[in-house]
Design a binder for this molecule. Sequence first.
Ligand SMILES: [Zn+2]
Length: 455
Amino acid sequence: MPPPPPILIENGTVITGGKTPAVLPNHSVLIENGLITRIAPKARGGRFAGKRIDAAGKVVMPGLVNAHTHFYSTFARGLTKTRPASDFVGVLKNLWWRLDSALTTEDCYYSALIPLLDSIRHGTTSLIDHHASPQAVPGSLNAIAKAVHETGLRACLCYELSDRDGARISKEGLEENASFIRQCHSSSRRESALKSNSQPNVTALFGLHAAFTLKDATLEKAAKLGHELGAGFHIHVAEAQSDQDYSQRHHRKRVVERLNQFGILGPQSIAAHCVHVNRREIDLLAETGTAVVHNPQSNLNNAVGIADVVTLMQWGVLVGLGTDAMTTHMLEELRVALWAQHIRAQNPSVAFGEVVSALFGNNPEIAARALRLPVGELRTGCVGDAVIVDYDPPTPMEAGNVFGHLVFGISQAAVDTTIVGGRVLMENRRLALDLDEPRINARARELAAKLWKRL
Ligand SMILES: [Zn+2]
């Protein structure tokens, strides 16, 4: 695809994001060849022949990152045919493992399209997904990649390898990860040969479900294959106490220690949740540079506990924020993360800086590793992923108090425009894509109804 024409976003209040976000009133952001090439006060904007977007009375900020989600869970919305679960493993057995086992390849494609379009509406532009469809493993990641390409967003995909459905499906999971990783490698080589500033929209990690559904032999095969392919791993870690209990009972090791012995941890790897980890495990996560992704709404919904985000960060772990498919709205997840930390500590003054940094400082770093691109920040040289939010601050806003505006104000405002790599995906709250959304929703409803019958 040729690079989109240059875009100049003018007159907005720019929040740069990143580790130390700056607030730049009445600045312009220039995006050329998919990259941010200049951020300057309006007066120095000069002559410009490309597309101009007026952001007066609005905030311009980086496209947000969702560091852990599951597109396939879309078809669970409104599903009533499940037995109530009394614990986390019950939630998996009564709902998720029944649902994912009924997914077809077409279901994978449509169930991805819906949250991707929703992400555009909420200003989320990069997503790290974890996919399962045990009866439709081969080609499932390509079906999702097709949806990602059609929406113009960025995503890092993986297939969740597991032994829960037997040896044949476990083998298919290994092969789906390996072939998709190889495919992503070769397409990024092809794109970079074509153009030096090309931006691959889809990349891959090696997916693993969780330690308690993976035998030692399977972990060993996955680790060997992942290392040969130079891929990091994406796995659920100590989401519920039952994961630790199982690991101690069957392997006489804590979950993180077991994964470390197989070489699953590392700076390219993502450990989702880590609600139930001890000091030794936190040290291992920090020493290996493994990213931990916190998913507070999911943890509260499944009643598994609340991760100790403050301690994880204090002890040197890179902690990001995901939604585990509970929402595509990262600022909603951010708010819940904060309230959950307050309840956890029984202290209304903790974790403010930590949770906002997880989203605006750490998620960009996690996404940059996964997507191999400088994403998540409005800075010269970063990719041109920007969102314009309909927020004219009613109180003074500057670097020192911007976190308060993000949590209490910007989170409550509508996203007006979403841009990825300099391509406008939504403008004036209307999607600017060549996709027939009513038809997509109608087909998704048909497929979901059929899937529910198969359960
Ligand atoms: Zn998950």
